[in-house]
Ligand binder design. Structure first.
Ligand code: FMN
Length: 245
């Protein structure tokens, strides 16, 4: 009886060992990221406003700029793209989404506001490190960027939330182009940002200079390693900004 039990236990252990070997080495987050990327076909980013419209007394537009919407989607969705060296990519519900798009979508979910992605005419390099280097030089030259997406008639909005990453301690050039192209006079304009670890630096003052007749407010800034706290940060901010009143 004892002998039969030990044979059974031995067989079970062997079976478990063999099935573990058949499964191969332990999977990592990187594997999962890569698989999700591989499953994503090239998805064009909309250049139009996405209308939501839940019951909010404010008429809100959330305009955001994010690197992943502004690069070659084909490259970023390929197996070769090194997601882990980029601080910009999140995989949410099988979709690849930039930090500021995540923040913008969360604000839209909470406020019922419309969403608009600011898109540069010329895409940025899909090689994250190369793009950072190029942008440093471009920022030093104060290079302007033409836009591919245009928001159109803004008269239906009284509140604009501008969501952007800090780039070289300043506004990314397409955000400056968006503010130059659109007159936000008379509107409440909230600055919300993400960064590696900078604060707003002078970006809120720069926004106020570009929109002298808007009421410009500093919103909140989220570090890129805090993206998991996006929902809480947005809800907290909306409470303190009395946004839904
Ligand atoms: C060109 C470039 C310049 C950046 N400069 C800064 C910086 O000056 N300070 C900082 O804290 N983070 C900096 N970052 C990090 C981004 O602000 C941060 O990763 C942000 O969350 C990216 O947002 P996104 O995914 O929406 O593009 C920079 C990133 C890039 C690509």
């Amino acid at each position: 009886m004892i002998k039969r039990a030990s044979v059974l236990v031995g067989t079970l252990v062997l079976t478990l060992l063999l099935s573990a070997c058949a499964r191969g080495p332990a999977r990592t987050d990187n594997d999962t990221h890569r698989e999700t990327l591989a499953q994503n076909e090239k998805k064009p980013v909309s250049t139009a406003v996405v209308h939501n419209g839940q019951g909010n007394p404010r008429r809100v537009l959330i305009a955001y700029f994010t690197y992943p919407d502004n690069t070659d989607a084909q490259a970023i969705h390929s197996k070769e793209y090194d997601v882990m060296t980029s601080a910009s990519l999140n995989v949410k519900d099988g979709e690849i989404i930039g930090n500021d798009a995540m923040i913008a979508n969360e604000i839209a979910r909470e406020t019922g506001g419309d969403v608009f992605s600011i898109l540069a005419e010329k895409p940025y390099s899909a090689d994250y490190d190369a793009m950072i280097r190029d942008e440093k030089a471009a920022a030093a030259r104060d290079e302007q960027r033409e836009l591919k997406s245009h928001v159109g008639d803004l008269s239906r909005y009284d509140t604009v939330v501008l969501v952007y990453p800090i780039w070289w301690d300043a506004l990314p050039a397409p955000v400056t182009s968006f503010l130059t192209e659109n007159d936000l006079s008379g509107k409440a304009l909230y600055a919300v940002a993400s960064s590696g670890d900078s604060d707003f630096v002078d970006t809120v003052e720069d926004i106020a200079e570009l929109e002298p007749d808007a009421d410009v407010y500093e919103g909140f800034i989220l570090r890129h390693d805090e993206m998991g706290e996006t929902s809480d940060a947005v809800r907290q901010w909306l409470k303190t900004a009395n946004f839904m009143k």
